[in-house]
Design a protein around this ligand. Structure first.
Ligand SMILES: [Zn+2]
Length: 364
């Protein structure tokens, strides 16, 4: 494969960064997780997870006082650090290669057993179902088949606290909830599933890189190392330390993990690479990817709303917070960021999150 030229799925997704600091300071301080050399991707500031922001019309008021002491920042985003994408793509290619290799290995083992076993065993082997595998499709990815919703579930989180240990326990618990919520959906359409891991040290991990330090995302997903990066400092600063906003940010990043598992991340990376990272077409692809992650985050929030540790107010506030960020070429306008999270929240259906077929005017 000519994977050497492909962007990798290791993208970081990013999250918005609301912060307690003056908006101005934020706007100018983006520090992207460094991106890999590849980068032609400009680090974009993303706004996804706005803090508790004014709720869009129709949304319930956030449980938190509207008068936030911190001003929502224009978030910078990270996902987009395109360099990561390249790394991710490479990682994806490796995974695909390994996957193929594993299939071959399994087949070999089965055959070996069969040779020593009754004929019936052999026949059984030949009828084994196809192993789950990613699909490098966007608009018609299996993940987006009609009727795929997240089952209502109870997400129990530990007591919230701002120490690193407390936040780590809090996020890790939410990730377990996200794993349980998404696994059935992926498996139902024969897409692979594997848990992702949490990293809070602020390092870029497998998506490290770059030279561009002008921006730093609040958080990001790195496909290259299959980790959700939630740096303590940036997360606390950009979310104002508001639990519902953090829950939304993490759910968005996990949305990128779902895109990674389904093949959407790699497919988008490839298409964006072909279109040109900084081109208008490339940015639109990025927005469709980011807005879909917002939609997936909304789905999760809806599935756990009103049960366990996530009250309905927390869930709706978390979803509404997506409209609080600043406009970004790679993430979309605040209104659209909020709208797609709302679509996911209200519909709880992956097909409704098919941003790939949405009119350009809905993903600007
Ligand atoms: Zn993102």
């Amino acid at each position: 494969m000519d994977s050497s030229e492909e962007p990798t799925p290791g993208r970081q997704a990013d999250t918005p960064e609301p912060s307690a600091a003056p908006p101005v300071a934020l706007a100018g301080v983006p520090e992207p997780p460094q991106a890999p050399p590849v980068a032609q991707l400009p680090a974009v500031p993303r706004t996804d997870d706005p803090l508790a922001a004014p709720n869009p019309p129709g949304w319930p008021s956030p449980p938190y006082p509207p008068t936030l002491t911190w001003a929502p920042l224009p978030r910078k985003q990270s996902r987009e650090n395109n360099p990561f994408v390249v790394v991710g793509v490479l990682a994806l290619v490796l995974l695909l290669v390994l996957g193929v290799g594993m299939v071959g290995t399994l087949t070999t083992e089965v055959e070996g057993v069969a040779s020593a076993a009754p004929a019936t065993a052999t026949s059984t082997t030949s009828s084994a179902p196809a192993a789950p595998r990613r699909s490098l499709k966007l608009e018609d990815n299996p993940l987006l088949k009609p009727g795929k919703s997240l089952a209502a579930s109870t997400c129990t989180l530990p007591q919230f606290g701002r120490s690193t240990a407390q936040l780590e326990a809090y996020f890790a618990a939410e990730i377990r909830c996200l794993d349980e919520a998404w696994r059935p959906v992926l498996q139902s359409v024969n897409l692979p599933f594997e848990p992702t891991r949490l990293t809070m040290d602020g390092e870029a991990g497998g998506c490290k890189a770059g030279t561009d330090t002008s921006e730093r995302p609040t958080a990001f997903y790195c496909g290259a190392d299959n980790r959700l990066h939630m740096p303590v400092d940036s997360v606390l600063e950009d979310t104002g330390g508001i639990p519902s906003v953090m829950i939304g940010v993490l759910a968005h990043e996990y949305g990128h993990h779902v895109q990674d598992l389904s093949g959407v991340l790699a497919a988008e990376s490839r298409r964006e690479f072909q279109a040109g990272r900084d081109s208008a077409a490339g940015n639109e692809l990025s927005r469709r990817l980011e807005l879909q992650a917002n939609c997936f985050a909304g789905m999760f929030l809806a599935s756990v709303a009103g049960r366990g540790s996530i009250t309905k107010a927390t869930a709706t506030n978390g979803a509404a917070s997506f409209a609080e960020g600043g406009a970004e070429q790679t993430h979309g306008s605040p209104a659209h960021q909020g709208r797609w999270a709302e679509v996911g929240y209200k519909d709880n259906n992956t097909a409704s999150c098919n941003t790939w077929v949405a009119p350009p005017g809905d993903v600007s």
